[in-house]
Design a protein around this ligand. Structure first.
Ligand code: GDP
Length: 197
């Protein structure tokens, strides 16, 4: 997919106030500092559409960006500061779970994971929550430039092993680096194909 236009539409903390359009939308979510803003900026090829900073937890809103006037990229708040609880729903802010449970336009979610890290309970719990809520999701492993190819392969293999303790199969995943422009075409082509289905 070629990006012809990408514009900020609105920020909200209530799903009821999100855009009324029926356009398909794709949500991006992950732990604070995972590289979500950088990834979004890479995808749309703009330096500053999504704000980046080292300051964790700053984006506390549902942000809609209209892409090519025919789909929404949705930037959701970073999680990871709430304590992990047995009841996943309580771990994540209500407006996030509301978004996932009520937003009919949502096609799928991309859960961002830093490729350097061991599986983290909060990510596992979040994916578990998505699974239980029957929300389709893919994984995006970020910051791939930070690992040598062998180490990346080993980390992904151990991530998959951990996932297979609770999942029947490893969800589809993408490997990206925003600083090296890795994974951009694969992700955009994937969204285009899903949109065409
Ligand atoms: P967010 O909090 O998830 O939106 O994360 P940011 O996009 O603000 O990135 C957090 C930090 O990681 C920043 O210092 C970025 O420069 C850095 N970062 C993000 N993506 C990459 C990447 O692909 N490679 C490298 N080396 N650093 C990255």
């Amino acid at each position: 997919m070629k990006i012809k236009s990408a514009e900020f539409t609105m920020s909200n903390s209530e799903v009821a106030k999100c855009p009324k359009d029926r356009l398909p939308e794709y949500a991006f979510i992950g732990r604070s500092n995972v590289g979500k803003s950088s990834l979004i900026n890479m995808l749309v090829d703009q330096k500053n559409l999504a704000k980046t900073s080292g300051r964790p937890g700053k984006t506390q809103l549902i942000n809609h960006f209209l892409i090519n006037k025919n789909w929404f990229l949705v930037d959701l708040p970073g999680y990871g500061y709430a304590r992990v609880s047995k009841k996943a729903k309580k771990t994540f802010q209500k407006f996030i779970t509301d978004y996932f449970e009520k937003r009919k336009q949502l096609v799928l979610a991309f859960v961002l994971i830093d490729c350097r890290h061991e599986p983290q309970p909060i990510d596992m719990e979040f994916m578990q929550y998505l699974g239980e809520s029957a929300i389709p999701f893919n994984i995006i492993f970020t910051k791939a430039d930070k690992l040598k190819p062998g180490a990346l392969e080993r980390n992904l293999a151990s991530y998959e092993q951990k996932m297979l303790e609770t999942w029947e199969e490893m969800p589809q995943y993408f490997i990206t680096s925003s600083s090296k422009y890795i994974g951009r075409d694969e992700l955009l082509d994937y969204v285009e194909n899903v949109n065409d289905e």
